[in-house]
Structure formats: C-alpha cells, structure tokens
Design a protein around this ligand. Sequence first.
Ligand code: 9UX
Length: 72
Amino acid sequence: DRRIAMFSVFGMTCSACAGSVEKAIKRLPGIHNAAVDVLNNHAQVIFHPKFVFEDQIRETIEDAGFEAVLIQ
Ligand code: 9UX
C-alpha cells in the first residue's frame, strides 16, 4: 500500500537545502522515497500510509526550517 504526496516547499535557496529536506523526510518511518526539486520548489514523497501521514511529512519539512503546503 503506497501513496504519493506532492508538497510545495518555500525557502529553499540552494541544492543543499533540498538535501536537508530529503534527509529529514527519509528519517520518518514508512517513507519509500523522497525527491526534492529545488528549482520548482516541489517535494514528491512516496510513503506507506500505515506508518506515516501527509501532515507529519509536512510538519517535518517545516521543522527543517521551510514552509510546506500539500498540493496533491
Ligand atoms: Mo544553502 Mo539552504 O547555502 O538551508 S543549505 S541556503
């Protein structure tokens, strides 16, 4: 059982920002993959909804210092 979520992530100004967002997301349980695109301000996350939910992922991005909005 997998779900895909797309977030807009604001405040990333270099590729190291994207790396730290990816790393933070991947530390959560139930994350299959996280791909952060600094140019388009997007983060796509594939996850197992039995272990983690969209809002926990969104809060993790915010805790890493960025603003995140679930767009899809
Ligand atoms: Mo780049 Mo981002 O020098 O938090 S890592 S701006």
